[in-house]
Design a protein around this ligand. Structure first.
Ligand SMILES: [Zn+2]
Ligand SMILES: [Zn+2]
Length: 260
């Protein structure tokens, strides 16, 4: 397996890799999915180091970058790839910059609580999140055919307007981005988020059949598929108690929590 100073590479199966940044407090995961004709890279990480150094060692296939959402911690190395895809509702942020956060806030978040040596190529004072035109737009229900492997795109707004979940139908892997992960709260408490949409999206992913494993973009790598039953229950509890609005606080469920 690849040894790298910044990234941790873990093999999920023969054709699927997690590329993680455990030296940073956010514990971000990006995912490389290999097919026969091409590969998909789900997100490109924090951008503190160059993720292409890793993907170059894992595949010679052409890579399409699929963006779960346009937040700085998931588009860090977008600039190293030719082909970038995003949902239309996050497209404006990709081109013109992320709204609602100042560059100082973004830099502060990116540069704190790092527990391993920061690469010399990274300068926290001049860091700018990636901006650029996407190659193409993804929408709900789109299929990405990798040859022997089929990915289904789900539009799952709430954490961001154009947030996407990606379902690898061939293997049953559901990549949930920042819509669902464990340990730290799922964020839907600042102005560019939408609690109603987030709960709608959680309900939507809880209905996806034949999920074998859930991969969020932060914290524990790989969650049991039965977390989706807990998600279903959580949606019901939040609805019944009229909690789906800003300011109702952090709601804890079995295996995850949500902050409104
Ligand atoms: Zn995010
Ligand atoms: Zn994130």
């Amino acid at each position: 397996m690849i040894k790298d100073a910044w990234f941790t590479v873990q093999q999920i199966d023969e054709y699927t890799f997690a590329i993680s940044e455990y030296g940073h407090w956010e514990k971000v995961h990006s995912f490389l999915l290999l097919g026969q004709k091409k590969a998909v890279l789900i997100d490109t990480g924090l951008g503190i180091d160059r993720i292409k150094r890793v993907t170059d060692q894992l595949t010679v296939l052409p890579i399409d970058v699929v963006t779960t959402h346009v937040h700085a911690d998931h588009i860090g190395s977008h600039g190293e790839y030719e082909r970038i895809f995003v949902h239309k509702d996050d497209k404006d942020w990709l081109i013109n910059g992320i709204q609602g956060l100042t560059i100082d806030q973004i830099r502060r978040n990116l540069c704190r609580d790092i527990t391993i040596p920061i690469p010399k190529t990274f300068d926290p004072d001049t860091y700018q999140p990636y901006q650029g035109e996407p190659t193409g737009i993804l929408d709900d229900g789109d299929i990405i055919e990798l040859g022997n492997r089929k990915l289904v795109i789900y539009h799952t707004p709430g954490h961001s307007p154009g947030h996407l979940a990606i379902f690898d139908e061939t293997n049953g892997y559901l990549f949930t981005g920042d819509l669902l992960y464990d340990q730290t709260p799922i964020y839907a408490f600042y102005p560019s988020t939408n609690p109603v949409d987030l709960v709608y999206s959680l309900d939507k992913i809880s209905e996806i059949p034949n999920v074998t494993r859930v991969f969020g973009s932060h914290n524990t790598l790989g969650l049991e598929a039965n977390i989706l039953f807990e998600v279903k229950k959580a949606v019901q509890i939040l609805r019944e108690n009229d909690l789906i609005k800003f300011g109702t606080g952090t709601h804890c469920f079995n295996g995850f929590s949500i902050k409104f």
